[in-house]
Write a protein that binds this ligand. Structure first.
Ligand code: KG4
Ligand code: ZN
Length: 338
């Protein structure tokens, strides 16, 4: 089954063609990051307008790169939520019109379920059951995943998402937006143990996180140290160590508690080199297999949406033309809180 994926929940206009939820024939991502750069964050109204400009050429390009024609497509999968409503509406309306026009079924996909599914697009997909750490600019959570459509939230951030904390720390230090990649690179030249920032445990047994404490500690450190400019790599390395330490501990702990042998890390922050290395190293020590999607499928993309949509489509799920997008993390059928 050839599924056309569409994703416009934030600042990336993306489209992809995926075969049988597994083989990525094309994945096109048009990033608006340069547009939002000067504002230091995503401006929803601008994001929506840019999606309107980009959606048709991006879909055309995905189909062309896949080496197929529109009549080869079997279905459309589109992000329905959560995300920015104005942004979501562009992709969702396009998907409705496109599928209606071509007489194809379409299915709405939860963006988080899309990220979780991205781990199955790697060369070595996880086996069920597995535990997934989802870390992006908007979400941070640990999920117990028992099938492609059944995932239970075990714990999540109580305040900032991890990517958001990276972006805010980057802003404090004037390192630019988005901050994750910059901090990742700079931290490689710093000493992660020179400054010890507080850990984001809510408590060690829970799978919830709180990142506002470490973020405030960095802010305080900057205010208290006139010479902070002389050792920015040490500051960001210390911040990163504090975050990674807790994420990896909780991920491994969740896998051991639920008896899972496979763990995965997905979302934009899964591109983080320290997080990848620490999870690989500590996971291996506990006999766990660690799965991380290829770099280009960590951030927002439509291949993960097409893949997640495929697993709902083969269960017979379809959306109606009068269905709407949702901005907040509404739980789809299989996604429940523990
Ligand atoms: O998944 P994503 O593309 O969008 C959301 O759904 O939020 O994630 C974007 C986030 C941004 O906050 C960005 O700073 C972060 O992912 N990020 C990173 C890295 N690359 C991107 N954070 C840490 N290290 C990285 N290498
Ligand atoms: Zn995302």
């Amino acid at each position: 089954m050839l599924v056309l994926g569409i994703e416009t929940s934030c600042d990336e206009t993306a489209s992809a063609v995926v075969e049988d939820g597994r083989r990525v024939l094309s994945s096109v991502v048009a990033s608006q990051v340069d547009v939002h750069h000067e504002y230091g964050g995503v401006v929803p109204e601008i994001a929506a307008r840019k999606h309107v400009e980009a959606i048709v050429p991006v879909v055309e390009s995905a189909v062309e790169k896949a080496g197929i024609t529109y009549s080869d497509l079997d279905a459309v999968a589109v992000t329905q939520g959560p995300g920015l409503v104005g942004a979501l509406l562009v992709g969702f309306s396009f998907a409705k019109a496109f599928s209606f026009g071509r007489g194809l079924p379409y299915v709405g996909v939860n963006h988080l379920e899309g990220h979780i599914t991205s781990a199955f697009l790697s060369d070595l997909p996880p086996s069920f059951p597995c535990v997934t750490l989802l870390v992006s600019g908007g979400h941070t959570g640990i999920y117990h995943v028992t099938s492609h459509t059944d995932m239970t939230l075990m714990g999540q951030t109580r305040d900032d998402a991890v990517g958001e904390a990276y972006d805010k720390v980057s802003k404090m230090l004037d390192l630019g937006y988005p901050g994750g990649r910059v901090i990742d690179d700079l931290a490689k030249t710093g000493d992660p143990f020179r400054i010890s920032f507080p850990r984001a445990w809510v408590d060690k047994q829970s799978y919830d996180f709180s990142l506002s404490g470490v973020k405030s500690a960095v802010r305080r450190y900057i205010a208290d140290h006139d010479d902070y400019l002389s050792h920015i790599p040490d500051i960001v390395a210390g911040f990163q160590e504090s975050v990674v330490d807790v994420l990896v501990y909780k991920l491994i702990h969740a896998a051991l508690e639920t008896g899972c042998r496979h763990i995965s890390i997905v979302g934009g922050v899964a591109a983080n080199s320290r997080l990848r290395n620490a999870a690989m190293e500590k996971g291996a020590k506990k006999g766990l297999t660690v799965h991380i999607p290829p770099m280009d499928l960590c951030g927002d993309n439509a291949a993960m949406i097409a893949a997640a949509g495929y697993h709902r489509l083969i269960r017979g799920e379809r959306n109606e033309l009068n269905d709407d997008v949702y901005s907040r993390a509404k739980s789809p059928a299989g996604m429940k809180h523990r």
